[in-house]
Design a protein around this ligand. Structure first.
Ligand code: NI
Length: 169
């Protein structure tokens, strides 16, 4: 079990675009296992590779957050191909944006195309919490944080708080 360090705002890597994975090799598989360990340890519902400093289009998410046995799913090169409706995601948070939560406007339903670890194409139709998690994690792979999707006033409040913490440290 390897728990990796999670990078946090204002680390500039969090606003970079991740690169598509070309080959799903042993290195990718090992990274996925470490990302899952890191997600469960945090704990979080999902984790994108960029959050452990790797700019590759890989995400993991917990598919049964309430269950005892911790199981997770992996999406390689995920892409939202369809989104429908509106959903106010309440008190959304992020392991890379500590000490802050906000409501975020999200789509109610999404269809996501990706590859699984066996290099097979998968399509997921999600709604509810899973739809929010997938939108949040896929945003990470495109260099977008949830604080980029809130009002600039609220974002400024958070940035001031972070700057103050950095000065104090
Ligand atoms: Ni996040």
């Amino acid at each position: 079990m390897t728990v990796l360090e999670i990078i946090t705002y204002p680390d500039s890597r969090l606003s970079e675009m991740s690169e598509p994975v070309k080959v799903i090799d042993e290195e990718v598989k090992r990274l996925v296992e470490d990302m899952a360990d890191t997600m469960f340890e945090a704990p979080g519902l999902g984790l994108a590779a960029v959050q452990v400093g790797i700019l590759k289009k890989i995400l993991v998410y917990s598919d049964q957050p309430e269950a005892e046995n911790k199981s997770y799913k992996v999406l390689i090169n995920p892409e939202i191909v369809k989104s429908d409706g509106k959903h106010l995601s309440e008190n959304e948070g992020c392991l890379s944006v500590p000490e802050f939560r906000s409501n975020v406007q999200r789509a109610a339903k999404v269809s996501v195309k990706a590859l699984n670890l066996q290099n097979e194409p998968v399509e997921i139709n999600a709604e509810g919490m899973l739809a929010v998690v997938l939108q949040h994690e896929i945003d990470h792979l495109n260099g977008i944080l949830f604080i980029d999707r809130i009002s600039s006033l609220k974002r400024q409040i958070y940035k001031r708080k972070v700057n103050k913490l950095i000065k104090e440290a």
